[in-house]
Design a protein around this ligand. Sequence first.
Ligand code: G4F
Length: 294
Amino acid sequence: MPSAFITGITGQDGSYLQELLTGKGYEVHGWPSAECDITQPDVLRVALQQSQPDEIYHLAAQTHVGDSAQAEAVTMAVNFQGTKNLLETAQREAPRARILFASSSEIFGRPDEVPQTETTPINPVNPYGESKACATEAVRAARAAGCYAVNGILYNHESPRRGPNFVTQKICRAAAAIARGEQSELKLGDTSAARDWSDARDIIRGMWLALQAEAPGDYIFASGQTHTVQNVIEIAFEAVKLDWRKHVIIDESLFRATEPRQLIGNPSKARAVLGWEAQTTFHELIVEMMETAM
Ligand code: G4F
């Protein structure tokens, strides 16, 4: 029975990954997002000694881009030092384990190339992007040194399990609460912001496929299309037959100091090498999130 170790197992991605791997017959070990301190080498050493994983999925992170401006040191410690700690400890305690790191489209920030590929230069524009960029380079360095280490460069991915502070879930839960008469308005930041959104379950499948390839490499997992926050609002309010104009309020305090631009992923390599294809459309995803929110 293959064995896997997941950091951040209780998050959106970790919980779906646990289900996917258990369904494939894996013995799954994991650290809950709130309890694991990925920056502590001793704790991680014991966890890896006990689980002796064939595959490690490193998902634990400070994942809120907006919060990273106020929590720069914590973001760098968890996302970068934590990843270095994991790579070093895994090389000692589980040297044959294949490692997938959940990197992010935010490493590209304001990219020279649209859409981005695995070779697009890194150019982050906020502390979150910087922390993920440093960790992505650490994974590449570990691979150059002989470790089976992979960056899954993940664009935005959502699901009914998405945390309430991310914009898709914030909109769906608010539209549902308004439809039930529990609230009347929804305050949002920049609704013209565009993202390349996928279904989290498609992305999770990509992570697993990435560790089954003969040789390690980096992979972009993205839909290759962007939609705006405004598009999310329209689908969500339409699902409950409400006029969004009567409820959505633009709150300038929710705008971010720096927004990345034109983050669109080119998933051609994942398609060609791994046979990865997204199965859910953006519209289907938001409608499902609305059904759950209701
Ligand atoms: O849903 P978001 O907070 O996601 P964001 O910042 O793109 O980050 C997510 O995706 C990244 C991958 O590209 C991950 F690395 C990261 O961990 C996370 O999963 O914001 C999406 C967009 C932004 O442009 C934001 O400014 O929505 C805009 N937005 C507008 N009003 C808002 C709001 N975002 C939030 N969270 N709340 C608002 O009221």
